[in-house]
Design a protein around this ligand. Sequence first.
Ligand code: NAX
Length: 328
Amino acid sequence: SKAPVRVAVTGAAGQIGYSLLFRIASGEMLGKDQPVILQLLDLPQAQKAVKGVMMELEDCAFPLLAGMVATDDPNVAFKDAQIALLVGARPRGPGMERKDLLTENAKIFTVQGAAIGQYADPNIKVLVVGNPCNTNAYIAMKTAEKFGRVNTKNFTGMLRLDHNRALSQLAGKTGRSVSSLTKLVVWGNHSPTMYADYRFCLSNGDNVKALVNDDVWNSDTFLPTVGKRGAAIIEARGLSSAASAANAAIDHIRDWVLGSNGEWVTMGVPSDGSYDIPEGIIYGVPCITENGEYKVVKDLEIDAFSRERMTVTLNELLEEREGVKDLL
Ligand code: NAX
């Protein structure tokens, strides 16, 4: 049987963690034949709650769960980790400005980036979920880079929830099934500025843009609905998206590790300069994954409307980068 994979999860006592950990342990992320060891990081005051989650994980008697550790020390949590899901982050408190949120999180992600850079498996795959996730991934990547040990191409941010949200909206509009839809991409930042782009999208060979045939719906309904979906969930549930976020994290890592079979998936990856996105910026792009690696889908035509949208979301990321540059 296979050697266990070490999976580090931060924010393990949180809402998303409560959905995510059980699915990782049941084999939904890395495969039904792949044992896992969970390395759980949370703050000191959350250790008791983490213990409670571990008790429940034990009570599931998952055959694939080969071990668990809980810690408040990032150096322990990321030791030899092959996968890291960085979910824990500082939420926006009352009276907190966007800028404060950015710098408070920057502190967390420099510490975690340093721990990954020094102690993780050199080929670790990192997915940042905690917001602002693109910039947090950038901070962790830049910090890890200084130690020269780990592959910094493998620092990614989660755009998959936006991708999945867009798929469902398109399925509803066209009357086609979600599973029939291919070649969707969500460009840019995981924020209301993201640009969900279905110009290349197909459903059983039919062009989805032609099926929709409604540019006003695109700009006035579709894009705002997908962009503000997180806020709509908070409004309805009184809590932010958790199970759907955990599901998207599972999708992101599963496809990265096990392959997307030629299909496009959206990943926030450090830009290689394609589509005129400055190198290193963590930006949502279409990827095809194979043999544990992602490849960016290149040379797609970018029309004027799309360029405008892609620039708006890029500018937000450039601003975020500017806001944390003194910490890097
Ligand atoms: P919760 O507040 O329920 O849980 C967060 C957990 O992280 C808590 O247990 C907390 O103690 C822990 N934590 C805080 N700082 C930490 C640190 N420095 N090290 C380790 N653990 C730490 O939040 P939850 O609903 O689980 O959401 C977690 C993050 O996901 C938030 O930043 C949220 O904004 C973000 N999201 C990102 C999404 C995406 O698509 N990228 C969508 C869902 C979600 O909004």
